[in-house]
Design a protein around this ligand. Sequence first.
Ligand code: SF4
Length: 481
Amino acid sequence: MSFEKKENCGLFGIYGDAGAVEKTYLGLYSLQHRGQESAGIASSDGEFIQCYTGMGTVGRVFRSGRGILEKLSNRMVIGHVRYSTTGSSNPINSQPLLCEYSRGQVAVAHNGNLINASLLRSEYEAYGSIFKTTSDMEIITHLLAKPTHVNKSDPLGHVLSHLQGAYCLLFLFADRIEAARDPCGIRPLSIGRTKEGGYVIASETCAFDVTGAEFVRDVEPGEIVTLNEKGLSSRFFVKPGSVKPAHCIFEHIYFAKQNSFLFGENVHEFRKKLGRQLAAEHPVEADMVTPVPDSGTSAAVGYAEASKIPFEMGLVRSHYIGRTFILPDQKLREFQVKLKLAVIKEAVEGKRVVVVDDSIVRGTTTRGKIRSLRDAGVKEIHMRVSCPPIRHPCFYGVDFPTKEELLANERDLEQIREFLEVDSIGYLSLEGLLSCAALPSDHYCTACWSGSYRIPVDVASGKFSMERYQRNMFDDLPEGG
Ligand code: SF4
């Protein structure tokens, strides 16, 4: 896993299950890889909504265990884990966000990035609205509360038609849960059914496995799914099929868990296909194939299978160093890579090694890993990457650095090879990547490689575009409840 690109967020919602809050807790645990900055759960007893959020991982936020969960115990529950893509890592930006408006309470949880949030916010501020957070998601609550919107026949559908960008949303009203996905279906959102007959909605199906739920189907792009006492019902806020999908294929390459079923196929199997295609495009003579764990592992298995070069673990990842492990200067930060990824010297010494990684962003951490392998006496290092060179930032919910900071920005392959200090380098082609996918090529977003953004973006906007006054004081603080 590279430490240079960050997950977005994870959503979990459940309706009509006696163990709903415990299952939400477990579901959020299984989605923890999508965000570790804050976590929260909101639940409704049919009349009132309660919400508890905090900074840090799920285990940290709900560390008092049954005390908080018992207070939240209801049959209608939503939860969220956060990595900030808009707005800083700050307690005020924890989700779900609980608000009150003329129609009662609503708690909202979001995964994605709203491109026009800053513009909408400025418009509302001009008319006197006051905002509590610096997150892009708060604007949705203002849109919901606007008097001319609440009287529409479908207020939520009307509100969603104002949003641009990538969004999967969970709304908890006192009497129901509503789930929505943007018209391009950029981020994943799936529906499952529990053994007790309840419905579950989650960012990834790995959250179903842990709660004993069965996958039913995805929430379709442009769809709103309602869960209430009548069961599940659906409506569309854009005409189905009128917008071409743009699923984030990077979810498949890096973010999603290997046991998740995403955009029509299993993540592990997809990554193995990438590895096989990579071996076909960039063969090399070597003694072993080793992954950069964990997200490079499935592709390395595929590369080893196709090339008939033995798979071997040459790097081992420490799972005990999280975001809290922040070192104060660059010199010390170089040791961070060594602590997070240790080399198994006995496995690699004197060998010609193919190192398979899912992607390279800045390249500095990759170079750190390569240097560690050299120190361990590796004879040759052949870097293989299971996606094309990343040359463009993401505006749809993935926190890549700026274009200028990307390794492949204005560097050719030879310059990249020299920077990484490897004997050879091979990236998977975009055509090769798309040939491995289950859906037609034009159903995926590939903007971080191609620069072709399906939804027009303002390249000047950034993660902290709504932090005009509040200082970002909490980004570097350790986790806390
Ligand atoms: Fe995913 Fe890249 Fe598109 Fe962002 S730009 S949504 S990371 S494919």
